[in-house]
Design a binder for this molecule. Structure first.
Ligand code: CP
Ligand code: NVA
Length: 303
């Protein structure tokens, strides 16, 4: 594993190794055991989009591993004035031990990895959010203790998070069902891969997708960069593509609820469901820290 650009690039074994190390790091942190495994290492964090969880968890994670993280807003870098990513990659590789990038185009993250010589971590693109889904898998395993035979249902827009969830959950042996309006499905190639490699369903029918689900998951109807479509999307999704009490009744009685956050209450999830499942959702947010520390150790630690 040289980079973390998308979960397609990881085997089930590699995902399990990351989750196991994340569990260990979480245990050590809770028990006051220091783990300066990246002492003296630096991570550059390029942000073309806003962030709360990703920025803070990477920065704190690097600090806790004994390293240093630099917040690099794309607006302040020359990349924001048109310097090609190919040049940025080669320059930053001479200063840094690793780069995390949050941007629009997946190709930009892939180019950064191709032209640079240090590990690149995808901190969200329009196509994928692999760090998020590693934290989601960690949370599912903590609460449900197993993946195989369990059903994960995602309700809402077939976006970056949905794309990565499908790949991650199918790789771990979960059945996956997606409920989304026509025209807002996840990536076609990912869906084809999921159909060929696991149990996968994509439907407009929320009840059909949520039936017998062990995990219900949702995300915003309009992602970053889609702000101008927000009204149109709201009209299309409203009242249907939402995790609410009725949907909870369709799922298994002990179903857990996840949301990558930020959440829009009464849009993709009701306040009631979010608060009833806040322990799971905020554990999920916390797990970003532990899982990303594991990813950084795997990519940037001594081999
Ligand atoms: N879930 C997530 O990536 O949150 P941020 O946008 O706050 O980083
Ligand atoms: N799908 C959302 C996720 C935010 C963490 C977005 O891309 O804005």
């Amino acid at each position: 594993m040289k980079h973390l650009l998308k979960l397609q690039d990881l085997s089930q074994k590699e995902i399990l190794e990351i989750l196991n190390m994340a569990d260990q790091l979480k245990f050590e942190k809770k028990n006051g055991i220091a783990h300066p495994w990246l002492a003296g290492k630096t991570l550059g964090m390029i942000f073309q989009k806003s962030s709360t969880r990703t920025r803070v968890s990477f920065e704190v994670g690097m600090y806790e591993l004994g390293g240093y993280a630099l917040f690099l807003s794309a607006d302040d870098l020359q990349i924001g004035r048109g310097e090609p990513v190919q040049d940025t990659a080669r320059v930053l590789s001479r200063y840094l031990d690793g780069i995390m990038i949050r941007t629009f185009s997946q190709q930009e993250a892939e180019d950064l990895a191709a032209y640079g010589s240090v590990p690149v971590i995808n901190g969200l693109t329009d196509y994928a959010h692999p760090c998020q889904v590693l934290a989601d898998l960690m949370t599912i395993r903590e609460i449900k203790h197993s993946f195989a035979g369990r059903r994960l249902c995602f309700i809402g827009d077939g976006n970056n998070v949905a794309n990565s969830l499908i790949v991650g959950a199918v790789k771990m042996g979960m059945a996956v069902s997606i409920a989304c309006p026509k025209g807002y499905c996840p990536d076609a190639e990912i869906m084809k891969w999921a159909e060929e490699n696991g149990s996968f369903l994509c439907t407009e029918d929320v009840r059909e997708a949520a039936k017998e689900a062990d995990v219900l998951y949702t995300d915003v109807w309009a992602s970053m960069g889609q702000e101008r479509e927000a009204d149109e999307r709201r009209q299309l999704f409203a009242g249907v593509y939402q995790i609410n009490d009725k949907v909870m009744e369709t799922a298994r009685p002990d179903a857990m609820v996840l949301h990558c956050l930020p959440a829009h209450r009464e849009e993709e999830i009701t306040e009631r469901v979010l608060e009833a499942h806040s322990a799971e959702i905020f554990e999920q947010a916390e797990n970003r820290l532990h899982v990303q520390k594991a990813v950084m150790v795997k990519l940037m630690g001594e081999k």
